[in-house]
Structures are given as structure tokens and as C-alpha cells.
Write a protein that binds this ligand. Structure first.
Ligand SMILES: [Zn+2]
Ligand SMILES: [Zn+2]
Ligand SMILES: [Zn+2]
Length: 105
């Protein structure tokens, strides 16, 4: 085993990805196999007008990843009397979220 291999710096070239996104490299000196996944993600897009789920897909293998991105409006006071409770509403799906502060009363 070469010094480079002992340091974790193996040599060899990465294979070209096929229909899937995994690429493989076999080290020239020690024969160690390494794998990597390199997706070609398209930008995140919303799945529907009134929903906040976003999805992106790999242009090569079709893998999908999703996330939730609300478009929160400004924080508003729920009630003039209870200044510790605030709420904001999502401008896309209408979901609202409020601060979870405990009242001292
Ligand atoms: Zn090696
Ligand atoms: Zn992929
Ligand atoms: Zn939302």
C-alpha cells in the first residue's frame, strides 16, 4: 500500500455515470473501491399553486427530493391584549404558525 493510500488519497479515475448516478473508482495501487453519487438536480419547484411542497428531480436517474418551503407573511399580534402571542400566515397555503411562549398568568 502506498503512502498516499494510507492517507486516504487513492489514485485511479472515476468511471463515467451510466443511467444511474453512481460513479465508481478502483484505486490503481491498492484496488480499493470507492463509490459516489452525483445527481444532476433540476431546481426546486412547487408541486401545486396552493401548496408549499417543493420537489426537485435528478435529470439523469429520476431520483426525487422534496422539502417544505412556506412563504411566511409578517408576524402579527394575535390579540392586542396578549402581546406575547404572535402569529404569521403562509401566503401560499394559508397555514399559520404562532409563537409558543408561555403566559405568566
Ligand atoms: Zn489506494
Ligand atoms: Zn441521479
Ligand atoms: Zn405554506
Amino acid at each position: 500500500m502506498s503512502v498516499r493510500c494510507r492517507l486516504g488519497r487513492h489514485s485511479g479515475t472515476w468511471s463515467l455515470p451510466g443511467s444511474r448516478c453512481e460513479i465508481v473508482r478502483i484505486c490503481d495501487s491498492c484496488g480499493r473501491r470507492a463509490e459516489r453519487t452525483r445527481h444532476i438536480w433540476s431546481p426546486y419547484g412547487y408541486v401545486a399553486e396552493d401548496r408549499c411542497d417543493q420537489v426537485r428531480r435528478c435529470e439523469r436517474c429520476g431520483s426525487a427530493e422534496s422539502r417544505l418551503r412556506h412563504v411566511w407573511g409578517p408576524w402579527l399580534y394575535l390579540d392586542e391584549q396578549i402581546v406575547t402571542a404572535q402569529t404569521h400566515t403562509c401566503q401560499r397555503c394559508g397555514e399559520s404558525e404562532r409563537t409558543r411562549r408561555f403566559s405568566t398568568l
